[in-house]
Every structure is written in structure tokens, then in C-alpha cells.
Design a protein. Structure first.
Length: 731
């Protein structure tokens, strides 16, 4: 038996990094990962189709999307993608084509061996060499009668190491995979596991699981055996030198987790942001509104050591906080009048605003949505069931919004990168099959979803868990399971979404794609946030407060040391473009001219509850249309040609600058140039101009007493501010 130090050396890591993997590594080492067929079948005399033959086909690429796993198959043979349906594959290989693919009497004459070994013409080339274990496994299975029976089923994979830190590029380590079965046995399946790096420029992996690191940083590598997938995280420090800043500040547990990763990567952190940067950032993040110059100056002059925490608490009590976070949730829940009607959309938005205003626990919030019924014009939450067109769309909608899962792949076949099966997809759809999505949302006596594989009505199912009966009130059972404290998806998804809103990037990105093969950048931090969120009764405001009080949130966005390229590990603040409604409101705040929305008294974009309310600026900026899922700020690039042309020549900004009642025209009367320059800097940037900036603008805006020329020059000055990177971003 190898010592722990020898195991560490085998994985080319320091003992302190590898110690958590020693027990698992030792178990797999005892089993012996090797190349013999005997090891592949755990010494069993007869290979099994599901446990032995299907992995050979998968490893050889026979059931990939580019080969027989394509939707229409290849050459008359259609296998399930990546072997997700062994029963179907067995029928195709053994019974279809009059059994010519499998010759039990003379196994070597089976087309299943002749073609992939290229003994006869095969469009897919050589996939099984005669002298290799894969060929022998298939031959032995055929010789034994080509039976479908399986003596055991895989229940889990044991991956070692699951994460590893190396010292430099070109170092290597070996991944070992063991399959755990329902009879309690375990065997090595490394040879038959598929390895796929997430970034082939970062790591290289051979077919036997030997990994070579090609680039510094953090990357991952997917492992797949049968329907099970997992991930190995590989880290190489970004430099050989220790960070320039040895000690790192920490305000709460978030910083402890962030700092550990920065230490492991040897990545410098930026200092805390100054007060002017912080006050602008926190206003925009919490209430979607720029602070007034008076509010900014009051904060800057406050000498209280707790003034940042006190400001956060005050902002979360303002009505704009409710407006801003209701708008975010309206995007997520897809509140729009084309589907719901104006009355339904308004009722849904008003219900949502009340939940945010009351700081209702998000588990109760979700539970009411899933269970709601009644007149959607009077019961706002009932509109949740009217957003999707049918039960299948609702299964995708619910899983994406509340579980952070993209279930769509499992509609046609088991998910190739996750645990979800067709039973999970159509079973979840069946939960919603009897919902009448008219104005009065109710449960019909009939309604079903047809499972495409069986051709029969799918049975309601909690994904990955259990089947239900319609008499069990499946919607309520789903709601109870989803919001239970032990659910691994609900709270994790919500904290990740809120983290992205506040920090500019999700710990899991994209935020609606949680799966083993898309690991979080900081798994321990995500677990800690998840735990804290549950312990605080799913309290949204408490979660936000914890995040903004961290040193990670309050860091400067300016590069420091070697962190100039970091957009992943929070060594510095990540700059984010203002979302479309916040940008529209910010332009109004600076110019002093409110945006008008047709037929509405509302003058603030973040208070709008329906994405169909007409607004050219919001459309040009790329607001979420809410006809499908919208990732936060995904469309708000601000770089489209229509927007650029409109900003140059259009009415949105230019009319506000020319309006005689606007702030610019009012300030030009009775104020000198320096005063006007300084005031607009405070309005837009929450800071005074630097001496260099002030001198530059004084020179550029000199009008020699010509009032018409002065008005034109200053309109250009404010136009330039409103289109600057500093104004259009949270930084």
C-alpha cells in the first residue's frame, strides 16, 4: 500500500492540497487502474451489455452525435446519444437487421466487430483494434450469448482527484475513476471513461486519464461514464512569485473564501474603493438610481466608521429598492402583456412588488407561485402559470428560474452533460399537465403529457427523485420538495443569481446552467452562501447585505499588481454596464428631464412592470423582451449600430440637452464654466473633476462670451459625459 506522501507525489501536488483525496485515491489504487480486460470487468467471467459493452461503444465514439448517436443515426444504425438508453441500443444491435449485427455462433463474424475494427468497409474508420481490450469485451459478450441482463447498476462515480493544485505548466497527474454499484461493489473504470477538457488550451488529457497542464490559472475537465458525469478542477498559480500584498482584509466569511482562492492563484487584490466610487456603486446596485450631488457630498463628509453599513440599510428601505429589484424579478419571471394581457401583467407586477416590499422569504414566494390558482386579473401570482404556453414549456421555465437547470436537452434524450433523463423532463411537465391557463387558472380533471419514448402518458415526477400520482397534488409536492432546506438546487440557484447581480459574474456562469460539468469558480463559497441563506430563512435583503459588506464587493475596480486581467476571481471589482432601465433613468437624472412613457404617469424606467410598454431608448439599449429567459444585462451591450446612430443624431439624449427646462440650460444661466463642469461631474460620476480634467474642459469650452456657442459647446460636453465608459458602467 502506498503511503499518503507517495499518493501525493503520484498526483504531483503538495500534501496539504492532496490530503482530502488520499482516501479515495488509495481506494482506487487498491483496485488497480490498468488496461486489462479483467480489470475492466472486475473479474466477472461474462461482460454485461449495459455495464461493459456500452462504455466501450461510448469510449470509441460509436454513439456520439457525429456517428450513430445522431438523431437519425448513421448507415442505418441509430444508437442513443452517449448510450443514455441501453435498452434501445440492445434492440438496434441484436434484434434489428435480422440479427446480422451480432453473430452468436461465430462472434468474429458479427458486423458489430467487423465494421468498427475495419475488417470490412466502415465509414467511421477504425474504432476497435482487434488486439485491444474493447474488441475483446464485445467479442466475449457476443460469445456468451449477447444477453441484455445486468447483475448490478452504477449509482455513483468516485473521482480522484476531484480538484488539484499544481506548481507549474507542463506538470502531469493521473485521474482515476471508480464506479460504485448498487450491490455495494466498486471497480475501476478509468479506461472506459470519457475525458473532455473545458478548455483544450489549458489542459490536455489522453484517453487513459493522464493530464498535462498547458496554461496557468484555473480550468476544469469533464469525466463521463455511462450516464454519470463529474468534473475535475485544475489550478496552477498565475505566477511563481508570492502576491505583492501578503495580508488580505476580511469582513465576513465571503472574504475568507475569496482570499483562499486568491492565495492559491497567487493573485494580488486591489485596495478598497474610495468613498466616491462606493457611493455611486451601491446606489446603482441597490436602488438602480444615481445619488444626487447632495447625497454624495453628505456621505463623503461623514466621518463615521460605520457609514457604509448605515447607507446600505437606508437604501434598502427606500421605495426605489422595491422598484429596482421588482424589475429584475419581472425579467426573470417574464412579466409581459402579450401573453398575460395588460390587466394580468399589471396584477402580476403588483403582487411581485408587494413581495419585495414585504421582504417575503423566497421559499414562501416560490411556493405561492407554484401553488397559485384563481382569476389572474385579481390574483397576481396565478399569472405565473399563464407565462408558458403549455406543460413542457412550464417544466423548462420552472427548472430554469427556480432550480438554475437547463432541462431542455432531456426532452429528446437523457442529458449528455448532467443527471437529467427523459423521465425527469416529461415527468416534471406532467406535474403541470392539468393546468387550465385561461384567465381563471384552475386544475382540470384531465390533461397529460405524452412520453416520446413510451408513447404513453408521462407520470408526474420530481426530477431525479420520485414519481407521483395526480391524486398526490403534484404541484404542491413539487413546491414542498423544491423549497425544502435539503434541496440542493433552489437556494444555491438563488444565491448565485443575487451574487451575479451584485458582483458582475456568477459563481456558476451562466447562472441558469448548474451541472457537475460546469463547476463554480468558488465551490466552498457557494456552499457557504447556500447554507447562510437557508439559516436566515431565505431572506433576500440579508443576503444582499452580506455580499455588499464584504471586502470583495467593496474593492476598487482599478488593477493592482498582477490582477489586471482578472474577471473571474474577484481580485478587483468587475465593471458592469448599466442595465437598460437604469441607464435611461441615469440620463434623466443628469439632464433633469424625465423620460416619458406613452400613456403612463410613470417617469422612471425601473418602475415599469411590463416589457411591452413602448420606449425607444429601452429597445435600443437591449431590454429583456421577456419572451424567453434573459441573463442579467446580456443584451445591454450598448454597442449596436442603431443605438450608436441614435445617440449621435437621435432625440433621446439630444432633446434633453436642448430642452430649455433642462438642467444644462438652467445652469448656464448665472454660473461660470468651472461651476457647470464641476456640477455635471458630481451628477454623473459622483466626484469632482481632477485638476487635469478641469483644465482640459475649461480650455475646450471657452466661448469668448458667445452665448449660442457656449450652449452648443456645453451640450457637447454633457453628451460626451453621458456616452463615456465611466458613466455607462458600475465600476
Amino acid at each position: 500500500m502506498k503511503s499518503s506522501i507517495e499518493v501525493c507525489r503520484q498526483y504531483a501536488v503538495r500534501p496539504v492540497t492532496a490530503i482530502r483525496h488520499v482516501a479515495v485515491a488509495a481506494l482506487i489504487w487498491m483496485l488497480g487502474w490498468g488496461g486489462s480486460w479483467a480489470a475492466a470487468t472486475d473479474g466477472l467471467s461474462i461482460p454485461e451489455f449495459k455495464n461493459d459493452v456500452v462504455p466501450v461503444l461510448t469510449k470509441s465514439g460509436c454513439n456520439s452525435a457525429a456517428c450513430h448517436g445522431a438523431a437519425i443515426g448513421r448507415g442505418g444504425l441509430r444508437l442513443s446519444l452517449l448510450g443514455y438508453d441501453p435498452e434501445h441500443d440492445y434492440q438496434q444491435l441484436v434484434n434489428q437487421f435480422k440479427g446480422r449485427r451480432v453473430n452468436v455462433a461465430d462472434p468474429e463474424k458479427s458486423l458489430m466487430l467487423l465494421k468498427p475494427s475495419r475488417q470490412i468497409r466502415h465509414g467511421g474508420g477504425r474504432r476497435l483494434a482487434i488486439d485491444q481490450p474493447g474488441y475483446e469485451i464485445v467479442r466475449q459478450w457476443i460469445a456468451a450469448g449477447a444477453d441484455m441482463a445486468a447483475r448490478r447498476n452504477v449509482v455513483d462515480l468516485i473521482v480522484a482527484p476531484a480538484e488539484i493544485t499544481l506548481e507549474s505548466v507542463d506538470e502531469q497527474f493521473q485521474i482515476s475513476i471508480a464506479a460504485k454499484y448498487d450491490d455495494g461493489s466498486t471497480r475501476d473504470v478509468t479506461r472506459w471513461t470519457v475525458f473532455e477538457p473545458s478548455d483544450r488550451a489549458a489542459v490536455r488529457c489522453d484517453s487513459g486519464g493522464k493530464v498535462t497542464v498547458l496554461r496557468r490559472g484555473q480550468s476544469s475537465l469533464m469525466v463521463r461514464f455511462l450516464g454519470f458525469v463529474d468534473c475535475v478542477t485544475v489550478t496552477v498559480p498565475l505566477t511563481d512569485q508570492p502576491p505583492a500584498t501578503a495580508s488580505r482584509p476580511a469582513s465576513n466569511y465571503i472574504d475568507e473564501h475569496i482570499n483562499r482562492v486568491l492565495d492559491r492563484l497567487r493573485l494580488d487584490h486591489s485596495p478598497k474603493s474610495n468613498d466616491a466610487t462606493f457611493v455611486r456603486r451601491i446606489y446603482l446596485d441597490l436602488i438602480g438610481t444615481l445619488p444626487t450631488p447632495a447625497e454624495t457630498k453628505k456621505f463623503l463628509h461623514d466621518s463615521s466608521p460605520d457609514k457604509r453599513d448605515e447607507l446600505v440599510e437606508r437604501l434598502m428601505q427606500r421605495s426605489e429598492f422595491v422598484d429596482h429589484w421588482s424589475y429584475k424579478w419581472s425579467d426573470l419571471l417574464r412579466i409581459e402583456s402579450r401573453r398575460l394581457g395588460e390587466t394580468g401583467a399589471s396584477a402580476f407586477h403588483q403582487w411581485l412588488r408587494q413581495q419585495i416590499a414585504d421582504n417575503r422569504p423566497l421559499d414562501e414566494f416560490a411556493n405561492e407561485l407554484l401553488s397559485a390558482r384563481g382569476d389572474a386579473h385579481a390574483t397576481g401570482a396565478a399569472n405565473f402559470h399563464r407565462v408558458p404556453m403549455d406543460a413542457r414549456q412550464q417544466a423548462e421555465y420552472v427548472s430554469q428560474v427556480f432550480l438554475g437547470i437547463r432541462l431542455q436537452c432531456a426532452n429528446c434524450h437523457n442529458h449528455p452533460l448532467d443527471r437529467w433523463s427523459q423521465d425527469d423532463y416529461h415527468g416534471l411537465a406532467a406535474v403541470f399537465a392539468r393546468i387550465d391557463r385561461g384567465q381563471v387558472v384552475k386544475i382540470d380533471e384531465r390533461g397529460e403529457v405524452i412520453h416520446p419514448t413510451t408513447g404513453k402518458a408521462a407520470k408526474p415526477r420530481i426530477p431525479g427523485e420520485i414519481f407521483l400520482d395526480q391524486s398526490d397534488n403534484p404541484r404542491q409536492k413539487l413546491a414542498e420538495w423544491m423549497t425544502d432546506e435539503t434541496n440542493p438546487f433552489f437556494a444555491r440557484n438563488l444565491v448565485n443569481r443575487v451574487w451575479r447581480e451584485m458582483m458582475g459574474r456568477g459563481l456558476v456562469e451562466p447562472v441558469d446552467d448548474h451541472r457537475p460539468t460546469n463547476p463554480p469558480t468558488h465551490p466552498a463559497l457557494l456552499a457557504a452562501l447556500h447554507k447562510d441563506f437557508i439559516e436566515n430563512q431565505f431572506n433576500l435583503r440579508q443576503l444582499i447585505q452580506t455580499i455588499v459588506q464584504s471586502e470583495a464587493y467593496q474593492r476598487s475596480g482599478l488593477a493592482s499588481g498582477n490582477n489586471h486581467n482578472d474577471q473571474t476571481f474577484y481580485a478587483r471589482s468587475i465593471s458592469r454596464r448599466l442595465s437598460p432601465p437604469v441607464m435611461v433613468d441615469a440620463v434623466s437624472a443628469v439632464t433633469g428631464i424625465a423620460e416619458q412613457f406613452a400613456g403612463l404617469d410613470a417617469t422612471r424606467a425601473i418602475s415599469l412592470g411590463d416589457s411591452q410598454i413602448r420606449s425607444l431608448p429601452l429597445d435600443l439599449l437591449g431590454r429583456c423582451r421577456r419572451d424567453s429567459s434573459c441573463t442579467p444585462n446580456q443584451a445591454a451591450s450598448g454597442d449596436g449600430l442603431p443605438l450608436t446612430l441614435h445617440i449621435i443624431n437621435g432625440s433621446w439624449i439630444n432633446d434633453k440637452l436642448d430642452d430649455p427646462h433642462g438642467r444644462l440650460r438652467q445652469m448656464l444661466n448665472g454660473n461660470d464654466d468651472q461651476t457647470v463642469i464641476e456640477q455635471f461631474y458630481w451628477l454623473a460620476y459622483c466626484r469632482p473633476p481632477s485638476p487635469t480634467e478641469r483644465n482640459y474642459w475649461v480650455l475646450q469650452l471657452a466661448s469668448d462670451g458667445d452665448t449660442t456657442k457656449r450652449a452648443t459647446l456645453f451640450a457637447d460636453f454633457v453628451w460626451a459625459i453621458l456616452n463615456s465608459t465611466e458613466f455607462r458602467a458600475i465600476h
